[in-house]
Design a protein around this ligand. Sequence first.
Ligand code: KG4
Ligand code: ZN
Length: 327
Amino acid sequence: MVLYLGIETSCDDTSVALMDDEVCLGYVTDTQDSSTFGGVVPEYASREHMNVLPDLIDSLLLKHNKTLFELGFIAATIGPGLLGSLMVGVTYAKSLAWSLNIPWIGVHHLEAHAMVSMWQNNFSFPFGILLVSGGHTCIIIAKELGKYEIIGSSLDDAVGEMFDKVGRKLGFDNPSGPFIEECAKNGNKVVKLPTPLYLDKSTNFSFSGLKTAAIRYWEQSDKTQQDKANLCASLQDVVTLSLCDRLQNAFGVSDLDNWCFVGGVASNLYIRNRISALCKSNGKSLFIPDPHLCRDNGVMIAYTGYKYYLLGQFSSYSDSANSALKF
Ligand code: KG4
Ligand code: ZN
């Protein structure tokens, strides 16, 4: 039995999980309020992580009647992400681990998004991943722990990034994805928007043209609540079409039976349902984490760290945060 912490600080969410082998005893997330700035400001995000991380860890341990001295290792996101934000989590994890004389394990953020799905659904390698978050939109073949092949990715904006930029114009707080999903419920899919990479047979994505078209529509509309809802419904639908279209292309180049849909955007119910239907009609098994585990969280970091811990693969103290960490 090993008790351990997972620390996630790659962007503006500070999240810590306390786990005992495969069991999550609890996790806490502090989401920064970036509405004043209309988006994430890297320097502010790093300072906020520094302010809240120590207390989050202390209160989580206290709540579960555990102490630092019972920990067997500490995992933290090592990249990719905002450099300053990553450095706070990595430095804290390394320092704590050094002072407690236990290993620390640097975790790849994207691998962790996929592994939390494995934690919840108990499938095994190899499997396919549709990862759709604020920073990434890609299709990946997961061969084994630490071995991934990206077979398609966005040529420009990621879906979450595009939702956040359009949402800002519509007056939503950041991150805008959940507001767009909510607003879309009152709208009709009547706004004509371009289908990204129409008829393209690749597994790549593109969302910047869609972003520009959505913003142009809004600026030229009467800006009524109905205009806003119709735009959200149409935008969400075109994004879903594009994701389904590319996943269908991926099924043509890979014969994997097991797929997972992960990342913050996978918490969107409308998109989840459509991806599920596509997988079903292709005879694929699809695994999607619970919505709260699609967004950045400490559990995904803790569990991925645990997988490496079981293999005895620890990080060294010379390993440092890498904002552009590759697979
Ligand atoms: O995975 P994540 O928490 O952070 C990154 O690794 O980027 O994803 C955050 C992104 C944001 O862009 C946010 O707008 C989007 O996920 N998002 C959503 C929803 N919830 C979060 N997009 C659409 N619908 C949602 N319900
Ligand atoms: Zn993420």
